[in-house]
Ligand binder design. Structure first.
Ligand code: ATP
Length: 226
């Protein structure tokens, strides 16, 4: 992510893809630690999006990754709002979008971390919450093929599919809707049913007193309760 950001600031070509063979300081949202064991795919793609595309990048990335994985692994992951790629409730990967401006030009870096040829049981920190393509299929995949196929899929959705269509596809892939969830945002705590998502990507949670709360991905922590 850091190298890709430097390249974006230096005016690299849109679509530049930085792939890490190893990561020693992978990060998730809110500076949480992202482990990248050997056999995982860690990639960051530089884009220069229009402003109205920015909040859709996490949707574009989610749909692109899921559809790329489906096409060559046969497994069909779902998305957990806002940015996890999951299978059977376990986390296969994560998406991180960071953005900024340089000389008034907006850039974004889409980071994708995927557990590919990883035996999750070897990593006690994430055993129980994570899974990998290897754990699910018993097969190894070429890491370069995985990243190449994801870049192709990203390009297709970024260039060819408009915001409303991408929103519908993202929404249909979300595993979070209709589940009982709890979110923490700052000191507040909201528990209820995840009713739907808005086109801006925010989640609507109906608490037990019947009030709808709109939550944004920025600073929240979401847990599925059932
Ligand atoms: P959560 O999954 O709890 O909703 P999040 O989506 O907010 O978290 P991310 O920023 O996507 O968090 O990822 C960071 C979290 O993911 C870490 O706190 C850790 O629990 C978990 N994690 C770290 N490395 C991996 C990995 N390789 N595979 C799966 N999960 C991981």
């Amino acid at each position: 992510m850091d190298i890709a950001r430097q390249m974006a600031k230096g005016g690299c070509t849109e679509g530049t893809n930085v792939v890490a063979a190893r990561q020693h300081a992978g990060r998730g949202r809110l500076s949480r630690v992202w482990l990248s064991p050997e056999g995982s795919v860690s990639m960051s793609v530089v884009l220069f999006p229009e402003l109205n595309r920015l909040s859709h990048l996490v949707m574009i990335a989610g749909v692109a990754v899921v559809e790329a994985l489906e096409s060559f692994t046969g497994v069909s992951p779902a998305l957990k709002w806002p940015n996890d790629i999951i299978i059977r409730g376990l986390k296969l990967g994560g998406i991180l979008v960071e953005s900024g401006t340089v000389s008034e030009r907006r850039y974004a870096v889409i980071g994708i971390g995927l557990n590919v040829n990883v035996t999750i049981g070897d990593y006690p920190e994430i055993a129980g919450i994570a899974t990998s393509l290897f754990d699910i299929t018993g097969k190894n995949f070429r890491e370069t093929e995985v990243s190449r196929s994801i870049v192709r899929s990203l390009e297709h959705y970024y260039r060819g599919i408009d915001n409303s269509e991408i929103f519908q596809r993202w929404r249909s892939r979300l595993d979070t809707i209709d589940r009982r969830v709890t979110v923490e945002t700052g000191g507040n705590h909201i528990e209820g049913i995840a009713r739907d998502v808005n086109p801006d990507g925010s989640l609507i949670i109906r608490s037990d007193d019947g009030i709808d709360h709109q939550v944004f991905a920025g600073d929240i922590w979401l847990r599925s309760l059932a």
